[in-house]
Unconditional design. Structure first.
Length: 334
């Protein structure tokens, strides 16, 4: 889940009623088109449609699927057939993150031509929606239809093995792993939440974490104009970022120089023959499926600038290693 977005206000119910209803592809036994049209119009007024990835019909518990080009393949996003199913985002190497929606009812999903899947009536006075985004993310949207709607929403996260959530500077969370070889691997990001009312005014909202359940609180008031649209967005699989402290990177750089000047062919099967630090570093790359980039990664490690600050943190995108290392917030390496 690493990107920033700008959103526009949701339309009022009165304006919504005057909006022409688009054509919809309804799930079997799905919601009436008028309800789906209303729920979709509110959501798409809030998010726009230019950033929504094209979707196709899907089966096996899903109602819509999108495939977004990414380094090494494609990121696949699926929206569940009903609101009690799970949204999933799968990286090119097959690892995945999933998200359970805050649904009470198994409302069937209905997908608009623009790619928004809506679940009207999924919870009391609440509609839910899912969008795949062109930047390789999945957006889960909650529409509070009136003042009776619950203002606390819970999203159960399914993370890859050994992954955890770490608070980020922007009010969201990073999905990270800490490999045995050192450093921190950033797999994805959950954006800071936003919420806006029908007048376009921001509504205070924030996340807390309950184990692996993301809890979003939306603070409505007597002056809040309904409906209110709130949005968690998570991205996964568009980049894999290795974070290393300056001291560790300096030592690894020395090992990489030996490998480069020794003319050794780098492959996952031959890691044991390499110096210890560079072997451990590359094992991370192998574990996340970026084998074609291994030689480039070794060269970029060897080219890491001299005089690195021992206590600083440096980051490289394993899917785009040609850009080398950049200094980032020190907490990325903790």
């Amino acid at each position: 889940m690493k990107l920033t977005r700008t959103c526009i206000a949701a339309v009022t119910t009165l304006s919504l009623c005057a909006t022409a209803a688009p054509a919809f592809a309804a799930a079997s036994g799905g919601t009436a088109p008028s309800q789906a049209a209303q729920a979709t119009a509110v959501v798409q007024q809030a998010t726009g449609t230019t950033g929504i990835a094209p979707t196709t019909a899907a089966g096996d518990g899903a109602t819509a699927m999108a495939s977004i080009p990414a380094p090494g393949g494609a990121v696949t996003v699926t929206a569940p057939a009903t609101a009690t199913g799970r949204v999933s985002v799968t990286a090119p190497n097959g690892t995945a993150i999933s998200l359970g929606l805050p649904a009470v009812n198994a409302a069937p999903g209905t997908t608009s031509p623009a790619g928004t899947t809506v679940y009207p009536g999924a919870a009391p006075d609440t509609s839910l929606a899912v969008q795949a985004t062109t930047d390789g993310g999945a957006r889960a949207l909650v529409t509070l239809n009136n003042a009776n709607a619950p203002t606390t929403q819970r999203f159960d996260l399914g993370l890859p093995a050994d992954a955890s959530l770490r608070p980020s500077d922007d009010g969201g969370y990073d999905v990270v792993q800490t490999p045995a070889g050192g450093g921190v691997l950033t797999l994805g990001h959950i954006d800071a939440p936003w919420a806006k009312d029908a007048n376009g005014d921001p509504v205070p909202t924030h996340y807390t974490l309950d184990g692996t359940t993301l809890v979003q609180a939306v603070q409505t008031s007597a002056t809040t104009a309904f409906p209110v649209v709130a949005d968690p967005l998570f991205t996964f699989g568009m980049g894999l970022y290795m974070n290393m402290g300056g001291a560790a990177l300096t030592a690894t750089r020395a090992s990489a120089v030996v490998v480069v000047h020794g003319g050794m062919v780098v492959a996952c099967s031959g890691l044991a023959k390499l110096p210890t630090l560079i072997s451990k570093f590359l094992s991370v790359a192998c574990s996340v499926g970026v084998t074609p980039s291994l030689i480039s990664i070794v060269k970029d490690v060897a080219a890491a600038p001299a005089g690195l600050q021992a206590t600083a943190c440096y980051q490289m995108n394993l899917f785009d290693s040609g850009k080398g290392w950049k200094k980032v917030n020190a907490k990325n390496c903790r």
